[in-house]
Design a protein around this ligand. Structure first.
Ligand SMILES: [Zn+2]
Length: 211
């Protein structure tokens, strides 16, 4: 099985308006490591400034928490049945609460940690127990991802099975980077399988946009 990592080179990222950002902290994501609670599926957002959404750059990202925001033209590169199975799509609204119907946030049902070989650091979040992994280059996957899953996310990036996306179309998109990512037999960063030490979340984590 071969995999691709798809990331955005967009210059402008999106953020919540300040009042919602305050609400989201703790409710939507861990205050210490900024990772969305595992129990949360689709994430609806309000963007502070609509200028961050430019259809000519069809894949951009939300800063806090880290989440891809994509235009429908980007999703057309994915297979509809697999997309529906593997990805949760959330709605995107303007600050005046107008639905931006062509844009979606994306969170995969199955998430991965993209590993690397340079400047690697690994720690466990003191609040939620999840691994916080950082690297700057040399990306690889370990262990082999579940073969019956086509699309994964790692924060703002996608990892996709190469046979399940339209690579040529993706490569033509502006500010979208696509590269093969190897699956290795032995981790090149010296860490084994990275899993939460003990995941702790608030009771029934849910996310709804405040009225
Ligand atoms: Zn945390």
């Amino acid at each position: 099985m071969s995999y691709l990592i798809i990331h955005t080179l967009a210059d402008d990222s999106c953020d919540f308006p300040y009042d919602i950002e305050k609400d989201a902290r703790g409710k939507l994501y861990c205050e210490k490591c900024y990772k969305i609670w595992e129990e949360i599926e689709s994430v609806d957002v309000v963007v502070r400034d609509l200028d961050c959404l430019n259809p000519r750059v069809p894949f951009t990202f939300f800063t806090l928490p880290g989440l891809p925001i994509v235009h429908t033209s980007f999703l057309d590169c994915f297979q509809p049945d697999l997309l529906k199975r593997d990805l949760y799509l959330g709605r995107v609204y303007s600050a005046k609460r107008v639905l931006q119907a062509d844009w979606f946030t994306v969170r995969a049902r199955h998430r991965l940690i993209v590993r690397g070989t340079e400047n690697v650091s690994l720690r466990w979040c003191e609040a939620c127990g999840r691994p916080v992994y950082d690297t700057i280059a040399g990306c690889f996957l370990y262990p082999e991802p579940a073969g019956d899953v086509a699309y994964f996310t790692d924060e703002t990036r996608f990892i996709a099975r190469s046979d399940c996306v339209d690579i040529r179309r993706l490569r033509k998109m502006r500010r979208v980077a696509v590269q093969e990512i190897p699956v290795v037999d032995a981790p090149l960063d010296g860490y084994g399988v990275i899993e939460p030490k003990s995941y702790r979340s608030p009771p029934n984590p849910r996310w709804e946009l405040p009225a």
